[in-house]
Design a protein around this ligand. Structure first.
Ligand code: ADP
Ligand code: ADP
Length: 226
């Protein structure tokens, strides 16, 4: 579904990614793990075009993603939940969720998907009229995921969904990530510092160090031999 070939990405003169090769197959949950500063977020932002790669190839469903404006990748079937969630604090929960469906015209489908996200996250249904900014960190993460899946993405990019959240909430969110994958076949690319949790929901994992992929294996093998 998605292939990164020899991707190198720079911030000015600093080379953050040093020739990344990575493949995501349809229907998988792939996790990219590694220490802080390894280049995980940069990999995700290279895919979404927020930080365009300087070298290499990026092919999604047979078409190059290079040069595609990050605001337009949703039209290609990719939704992104950036680090830090970035919900709209002054809009209501419902309005935040609706933002994800802006490009869709299938009213009935949108309605059904709204019911679906409310069934995944009942707390959001309860709080639908509240401003997004009044939610807890975990609820904001749920809201950001809900907004992203309202676009019905083929590929969902998640940047550190566990960041700053209590273990119980993390577990809950990861279970729902798994559910979104198994119920809808949504392919998921999960960037995480929390390797243990991520490997429990992922099918395969890539380990990153210093801008390079150093290991790639099934999640089960990576869990056994850390
Ligand atoms: P991770 O997500 O694994 O924590 P990042 O992709 O955020 O790592 O960072 C990879 C490297 O790029 C780090 O050395 C980081 O300091 C550097 N970096 C990230 N963002 C910027 C930026 N905006 N300007 C300069 N260097 C950056
Ligand atoms: P339908 O096409 O009748 O909605 P599906 O099997 O495609 O049935 O979807 C089952 C449920 O999952 C529905 O409630 C649908 O709205 C929702 N759904 C389908 N695809 C996605 C997706 N990519 N992201 C989020 N929800 C989805």
């Amino acid at each position: 579904m998605l292939e990164l070939r020899n991707i190198s990405t720079y911030y000015g003169n600093i080379q953050a990614l040093k020739g990344i090769d990575l493949v995501i197959d349809r229907g998988e949950i792939i996790t990219l793990i590694g220490a802080n500063g390894a280049g995980k977020s940069t990999t995700l932002m290279s895919i979404s075009g927020v930080v365009p790669p300087r070298e290499g190839e990026l092919v999604f469903e047979g078409q190059s993603l290079l040069g595609v404006d990050p605001d337009r990748i949703v039209g290609r079937g990719i939704s992104q939940v950036p680090e830090g969630r970035r919900i709209f604090p002054h809009l209501t929960v419902r309005e935040n969720i609706d933002m994800g469906a802006l490009l869709r015209r299938d009213r009935d489908g949108i309605k059904r998907d709204l019911e679906y996200v409310y069934s995944l996250f009942p707390i959001l249904a309860e709080r639908r009229g509240q401003a997004g900014g009044t939610l807890s960190g975990g609820e904001q993460q749920m809201l950001a995921i809900s907004r992203a899946i309202m676009a019905r993405p083929k590929l969902l990019l998640l940047d550190e969904p566990s960041l700053g959240l209590a273990p119980l909430i993390v577990q809950q969110i990861f279970e729902i990530i798994s559910q979104i994958n198994s119920e809808n076949g949504t392919t998921i690319f999960l960037v995480e510092q929390n390797a243990n949790q991520a490997l429990k929901v992922a099918h395969r994992g890539y380990v990153m160090e210093n801008g390079r992929i150093t290991l790639s294996d099934t999640a089960a093998n990576l869990l056994e031999n850390p």
